[in-house]
Design a protein around this ligand. Structure first.
Ligand code: SAH
Length: 411
């Protein structure tokens, strides 16, 4: 078994006993993976991040067990409900094994070796995700509650899915921490020759798992990118919020005559250029031109409109605009504005693609917003498809549903 060479904090031997409200009890029975701070009625003692918390119902019967985080509104990340469990390497191995099994079609593919191995709460392990890029795996933590359990998780991962290198990424709020771990840390294995190259549907992409956004790539858009490829033949394509050019490269292979990648990050647009070149002259034809522009999407699309610059296909895949409920209204305004701007630079009968990754904006609301903005712009949508989540990004509870994408021909 591989042990980490860093000293991790130890959890307390004493479990925290927690009694919760009736509403929380119902939610936990229904499989919800989070216990919020304000749903706690009584607690045996204060604990440290990662201590085990046992939740009891009104009759003092076992309701669930999970990881405690004293500094988060999500006070307990629930690992098992209704049936007691010992939380150890074997427990994690079972969860990882099941997640791995679910991904069999991806695991056995010759064309794709970059995908999500573990999708947090939706695979029964709240607050932690694991992505694979070829021979490298990346663990990303969203709560320090996982840190004391890292040895067990790493050992479990080694057995289920051994990789050459294992990288640790930490969410923003965890970057400054006293636990001796840091964002981008190589947990074990070979030092990475950054960036690394992996395959998605037979296309090559470079990624930097130690420095890139999220874990290095937005793996959740794989199927939407494939759809773009099918629709791109002969078209001039604008990829807005392109990051490292995922949609651009697919459009190129699909036979686009011209692709423009637009993103605010210079580093990302430079990688987009390299990713395009990596696949040209094959499978992307030499005749397909690619250009990247760095800057603000709203400003640059407005400028394109003023210059009467039109495209046959516009893809808009922005970052999440709503991290809390109070931001939902602003997010809707931003989506609407992006739809309007996108349609203004789209030729009649052009293909329009718009995605949202804000879980707080539900799919109906998002699709209605696009339709409303289109009507206000005097354009009609002829819908091709509404898509959601791929196999490696399952939805295990309501808040787990975040990705939606609309494909339409616009009259
Ligand atoms: N479509 C991408 C993922 C997009 S992630 C893919 O398939 O991989 C969101 C991207 O939006 C990030 O790369 C971020 O740099 C960029 N971004 C954020 N705000 C922006 C803005 N105002 N204008 C342009 N790009 C922006």
């Amino acid at each position: 078994m591989k042990k980490l060479t860093i000293d991790l904090p130890q959890i307390s031997k004493k479990r925290i006993a927690i009694h919760v409200t009736r509403a929380a009890e119902r939610a936990i029975r229904g499989g919800h993976p989070w216990l919020f701070e304000n749903a706690i009625l009584k607690q045996s003692h204060q604990g440290k991040a990662g201590d085990l918390a046992v939740i009891f119902d009104k009759d003092r019967k076992f309701l669930g067990i999970g990881l405690y985080d004293p500094d988060s509104m999500i006070r307990v990340q629930i690992l098992r409900a209704l049936k007691p469990a010992t939380i150890n390497q074997q427990f994690f191995e079972e969860k990882l094994g099941a997640a791995h099994q679910r991904r069999a079609p991806l695991r056995d593919s010759d064309h794709t070796n970059g995908y999500r191995l573990l999708h947090g709460e939706n695979d029964g392990m709240p607050g932690i995700i694991i992505d694979r890029y070829a021979e490298t795996t990346v663990i990303k933590l969203y709560t320090p509650a996982w840190i004391p359990h890292l040895n067990d998780v790493v050992a479990a991962l080694e057995r289920v899915f051994p990789a050459k290198s294992l990288v640790l990424r930490l969410s923003g709020k965890m970057k400054d921490n006293p636990f001796g771990v840091f964002d981008g840390m190589l947990l074990h294995g070979e030092k990475l020759e950054s960036p690394i190259i992996f395959l998605e549907n037979g296309l090559k992409f470079e990624t930097d798992p130690q420095m890139g956004q999220k874990t290095g790539f937005f793996l959740d858009q794989r199927e939407n990118r494939a759809r773009v490829e099918e629709l791109a033949k002969g078209k001039s394509v604008l990829n807005v919020f392109s990051y490292t050019g995922g949609f651009s490269v697919y459009a190129g292979r699909g036979g686009a005559k011209e692709v423009v990648s637009l993103d605010a990050s210079k580093i990302a647009t430079e990688v987009a250029e390299r990713n395009f070149s990596l696949n040209q002259p094959a499978p992307i034809a030499k005749s397909c031109s690619h250009k990247s522009v760095t800057g603000d999407a709203f400003e640059l699309m407005t400028k394109m409109k003023k210059q009467c610059r039109l495209f046959d296909m516009v893809i808009i895949d922005p970052p999440s605009f709503a991290h809390k409920n109070s931001q939902v209204e602003g997010a809707i305004r931003a989506y609407k504005k992006l739809t309007r701007l996108g349609l203004e630079i789209l030729v009649p009968n052009g293909v329009f693609v718009q995605a949202s990754c804000s879980s707080r904006v539900g799919s109906e609301l998002f699709f209605d917003t696009i339709y409303l903005a289109a009507r206000q712009s005097g354009r009609r949508l002829n819908e091709i498809e509404r898509s959601g989540h791929a196999l490696d990004h399952p939805i295990g509870f309501a808040e787990g549903e975040y990705l939606k994408c609309l494909f339409a021909v616009v009259l």
